[in-house]
Structures are given as structure tokens and as C-alpha cells.
Ligand binder design. Sequence first.
Ligand code: NDP
Length: 346
Amino acid sequence: MFGLIGHSTSFKEARLKAMELGYEHIAEGDLDVWCSAPPQLVEHVKVVSRTGKVIEGAYIDSCFVPEMLGRFKTARRKVLNAMELAQKKGINITALGGFTSIIFENFNLLQHQHVRNTTLEWDRFTTGNTHTAWVICRQLEINAPTLGIDLKKARVAVVGASGDIGSAVCRWLSGRTGVAELLLVARQQQPLIDLQNDLGGGRILSLDEALPEADAIIWVASMPRTLEVDTTKLRNPCLMIDGGYPKNLNQKFSGEGVEVLKGGIVEFFDDIGWNMMEIAEMEKPQRQMFACFAEAMLLEFENCHTNFSWGRNNITLEKMDFIGESSVRNGFSTLNLNGMFQAAAA
Ligand code: NDP
């Protein structure tokens, strides 16, 4: 069985969903009540792959909402409790979605393997970052040409290059796609220098330096809402792939010649028959989801019950090949600029 741990996009949305599901006592509570609410396994689902293979899964709402991000202990407890519930329900492989994987990494939850009398088995969990990185790379490869951008001659900026997804994207773009030049952007210099050495190339720039030079920009960092960019300085055409969470670049960058594509979103070939993706604000919640969630499904389809994406900077090209090939074979396609999805076979 596969599992997905998710959360609502806001406290308001969470209350509405809880009301709909009949949890009135929680729905009517204030944020403090929600802070102590336990995770809920809200849905079981059966999924049939394009190959005909049938798997079962469950969606666990961590009862975390982004308004709790400032409450360090609450956020930590929410994620650990949801993981404990997934394990107790016997779920083989569970993806940490939305802010839960960020909380896991940033709050170093690896140090908290014991939750009450449960010892968390890490190999039951995946961040889903390998599939996310592969999907973002394919979205670039498929959509750049439609804007007239020839990737072999293009400069591609990766904002968040030293991160887990960002470094995998850089490895793919330099090793597989063969872009003309990679522009490596993040705040701390040393991890960028290490990455540059690993890649044997790429130019380290500040965000302000990189943006006007880039034909395509991949955002794989959670950027502050206050970020201001002078869109008149961007190239025309310029393809932006918004791979961060939450996806908020659309409003900032609408301008002539600048196209923003939501990164890391996939569509399944058939309706899944679940309700929970509505809270992730997908256009077609019956089929569309974050690539990280889809990774848990793929690992279940492949009988690959291991923490496939785990830790930082462990994503190899071989792992991206494996998950990408599985993604296409089992019936996933990637979101494109025209709003349509297409199979992303290389
Ligand atoms: P990491 O924490 O591993 O990496 C984040 C990267 O962003 C680092 O390179 C960091 O470097 C950089 N960064 C952070 N803040 C800034 C800033 N203000 N300006 C420039 N660079 C910055 O994260 P992941 O790779 O795991 O995830 C990256 C993003 O992708 C997250 O927003 C995550 O939520 C999202 N994500 C989206 C998915 C989807 O849409 N399907 C699935 C999974 C994750 P430094 O600290 O040195 O600046």
C-alpha cells in the first residue's frame, strides 16, 4: 500500500474540508485547537496503472496548516504524528507532501525516530524529490522549444541550485539535456562551489545577476512572498518553471514574453476516484497531483518499498531514469504551457 501525507493550503481551507468530512468539532475550533488535533487517515483509494496493475493507497491529512509554520514544536509534532500513523496503518511507502518534507528536512526530524512507543522506519518514507526533479527537467525540455528557445544554445538559471531538487536538476541539465550554460543561484556560496565542482561547470551568480541573462529559469526554492523582480529586465522569450511550494510566481512575472509554468505537476491517464487532491488546488483533482505524491504511487507500482528519495543531494541520473521511465509506463504525463498534459517520454 502507498500513502500520501498532505495538508490544506490554509487554515480557512482546512476548516471547510473538515466541515465537509463531518469533523465539526475540529472545524469550528481555533488555531490552538487545530494545533493539538491528531492526523487523520481520511481516504482509501484503489489505483489501476496503464499497465493494468492495481495498487491501494491512503491519504493522511497531517492537520498541519501553513499558519503553523512559525510554531516550531507544533510543526514537528504534526509531521512525526502523521508518519507514525502511516507506519501503524502498515503503509509500505509514503510520500511527504507540501510543507511536510520541508519541515522534515529543515527541522532535522531524522533525530526524532521515536514517536511515543513507535520507532519510525525511514525506509517506509520518501520525499518524492527524484520524480519532482525529473518532471521539472522534462517540462523544460518539452516546453522551451515551443517558445523558440533552443536549449543547446540557452542559459538556464536554477534558483535553489544547491538544494536537493535543484542539484538533481543541474545534474540532468548538464549531463543529459546539454544546455549551453547553467547559472547557479542560492544564498550560501560554499554549497554552490561544491556543486560547480561536481558538475565540472556552471556559473555562480546572485539572483539579480542571473535573471537578465537567463533564457529559462527554474525555481526550486521557497521564495519569500516579498520578492520583487523587475520583469522588464528579463529576456524575451523567457520560460519560468515554478517548482517551489507554494506556487506563487504567476502573479509576479506575468509580462510580455515571459511564460510561467507550474513545475512538478503531473496528470494520471484516468480518474483516480479520490477527493483529497481538491485541497491541493489542482485544476483536475481527479487526475492531477504533485510529482512527489506520484512518486509513492510509482514505487508501489514497482514494488520498490524503500526510501527512494531521502536526505540531501543523493539523487542520481540513474534514479531519475528509473522513476521517469516508470512514470511514463504507468500513465503519468507532465503539465505543459498550453495547460495540456503530455507523456514525457525522453
Ligand atoms: P532544499 O531545502 O534542499 O533546497 C532549497 C534551495 O533553495 C537551496 O539551494 C537553498 O540554498 C535555496 N534557497 C532558499 N531560499 C532562497 C532564496 N531566498 N534565494 C535563493 N535561493 C534560496 O529544498 P528541496 O530541493 O527539497 O525543495 C525545493 C522546493 O521545491 C521547495 O520549495 C519545495 O517545497 C518544492 N517542492 C515542490 C514539489 C512539487 O511541486 N511537486 C515537490 C517537492 C518539493 P540557500 O539556503 O543557500 O539559499
